[in-house]
Design a protein around this ligand. Structure first.
Ligand code: U5F
Ligand code: U5F
Length: 120
């Protein structure tokens, strides 16, 4: 079964950014199984090397933030998908916002990311 780290990768890791056609978010949210049973409201995809994301869990690439969260030392390329409204049941319509932002994540005791909190 899927570990928390594997779930994080499925939900939040896409590097290099996938070529999925016209609407990146509509395609990726469906492909990563974030539209069943209902449309996930907000979800971010990180377009950086897996090792660079792992490094946010250590002093190499991250530092402590509030509430036990960690923030990256450098901005990462991130696409955040936001559900447009209307029906919360599939098919789900998303708008995308891609930019360079610091990521705020939670890591487990093996220094693996297990939760994406926000990008700032
Ligand atoms: C995602 C994001 C953002 C989740 C802001 C919080 C939020 N998010 N980019 O089950 O913990 O708490 O939709 O039920 O995710 O509070 O699926 O990362 O990507 O509405 O276990 O989180 O909770 O999601 O493994 O800039 O929005 O949204 P869960 P749910 P809600 P998951 P994760 C991010 C937050 O996944 O966890
Ligand atoms: C999952 C994912 C993705 C797990 C890609 C390992 C993969 N995955 N989203 O190629 O360039 O050395 O061989 O482990 O990393 O077996 O991917 O540093 O959720 O395909 O070149 O590293 O890759 O790793 O970002 O978009 O991740 O994936 P590489 P490895 P692979 P990269 P970097 C995928 C597997 O489903 O569970």
């Amino acid at each position: 079964c899927e570990t928390a780290y594997q779930k994080f990768l499925r939900q939040h890791y896409d590097n290099p950014k996938s070529n999925v056609g016209r609407n990146y978010c509509n395609a990726m949210m469906q492909r990563r199984e974030l539209t069943k049973p209902t449309c996930k409201d907000v979800n971010s995809f990180i377009h950086e090397k897996k090792q660079d994301i792992l490094d946010v869990c250590t002093d190499k690439g991250g530092k402590a933030y509030k509430d036990g969260l960690r923030v990256s030392l450098k901005p990462f390329s991130v696409t955040t998908c936001k559900h447009k409204g209307g029906s919360t049941r599939p098919p789900c319509e998303y708008k995308e916002n891609k930019s360079e932002r610091y990521i705020v994540i939670r890591c487990n005791n093996r220094n693996e990311p297990v939760h994406f909190d926000e990008s700032i």
